[in-house]
Design a protein around this ligand. Structure first.
Ligand code: TXA
Ligand code: MG
Length: 313
């Protein structure tokens, strides 16, 4: 706590992924977060709050739909984009007139937020463009020596980042599919909540090559996994398959199993991508889960992992 009050940077667990946290009102500390991550300063951060009662401190206008979502899903894997108050500085918002807000449900994150009594600006605790950490050990591997403290709260239970919903103007839209299913939002709001693809706001997670492991990734429907793997192997490539546990594969094909249910798949996705990296493969064949529930977030992250990358990313 003192570390944060003094302007330090602390990696802490949330239910989605580990975050790299700084006092959101301390511009120098926030700038250090950008520097450690290697993230462009124009990419805004999410401000984490201890509870829904802090919302008016940070959001200048709270539409009825925002209030309903906050009451239904906070603490939890939902981020709301709303018009900001002056408390949300340019350092946090990247100069935009909106701010992204969320109340995490992990007990360690909540305890830190309650003790601090303010907001914590926290992006995922990975280097820019890489796979987000879902254990304290992943944070140590990525950023270990550069952060002032790493709080270990065990493996993240959700495993993919929060769902970001823009309520700053017009009807609600999803800026990033994540740990809260669109169906859940629609159930509470009683209207469709579409995913916005071409966005005028800057969401770094919307860059095509975000969330990339080092290994090359090819997306397939599960029935295509074996033929694609064999074709690549016949070219002399080292190939592995990321797919559901019940997928039948040749014994000699390295496999990276994720549960069949979408929530289970989301929980283990980033761990498996890291393991595939460590296995020294040339190519990972990734089976797409069904496009429903948290399957949407898993498909989104796999599509980004498979997207073409800038040469030095
Ligand atoms: O689950 C999560 O959301 C995790 C944990 C640590 O809370 N955090 C996370 O932060 O994923 P980060 O910085 O990796 O991603 C935050 C996303 C970025 O894509 C950013 O562009 C977007 O939120 N964002 C932040 N402020 C925004 C704003 N005012 N308008 C639109 N998008 C915004
Ligand atoms: Mg991130």
């Amino acid at each position: 706590m003192e570390i944060l009050q003094r302007g330090g940077v602390v990696a802490l667990p949330t239910e989605t992924v580990y975050g790299l946290a700084a006092n959101a009102e301390d511009e120098l500390a926030v700038r250090r977060v950008f520097a450690i991550k290697g993230r462009p300063a124009t990419h805004p951060l999410i401000v984490h709050l201890a509870g829904v009662e802090a919302l008016p401190d940070w959001a200048s206008y709270i539409p009825e739909q925002a209030r309903r979502l906050a009451e239904a899903f906070w603490p939890g894997p939902l981020t709301l984009v709303l018009p900001r108050t002056p408390r949300a500085t340019d350092a946090v918002t990247g100069g935009q007139d909106t701010v992204a807000l969320r109340v995490p449900s992990h007990p360690v994150a909540l305890a830190v937020l309650r003790a601090l009594g303010g907001g914590l600006a926290a992006p995922s605790a990975n280097r820019f463009g890489r796979v987000s950490p879902t254990t304290a050990e992943h944070v140590r591997q990525d950023l270990g020596s550069e952060v002032d403290l790493i709080l270990d709260g065990g493996p993240c239970t959700v495993g993919v980042e929060s769902t970001i919903v823009d309520l700053s103007s017009g009807p609600p839209t999803i800026l990033r599919p994540g740990g809260l299913a669109a169906e859940e939002l629609e159930r509470v709001l009683g209207c469709p909540v579409p995913v916005r693809t071409a966005s005028t706001v800057r969401v770094s997670g919307s860059l095509a090559s975000h969330y990339a492991p080092r290994v090359g990734v090819v997306l397939v429907e599960p029935s295509e996994a074996i033929p694609r793997a064999e074709a690549l192997r016949s070219q002399g490539l080292r190939v592995g398959v990321l797919g559901p546990v019940n997928l039948t594969l040749p014994r000699d094909l390295p496999r990276f199993d994720i549960p069949e249910d979408p929530a289970g798949a989301a929980r283990l996705l980033y761990l498996r991508l890291r393991e595939a990296d460590e296995a020294g493969l040339d190519m990972l064949i990734a089976c797409l889960p069904p496009a429903q529930g948290l399957g949407m977030a898993v498909r989104d992250r796999l599509a980004r992992a498979a997207a073409p990358r800038p040469p030095e990313a």
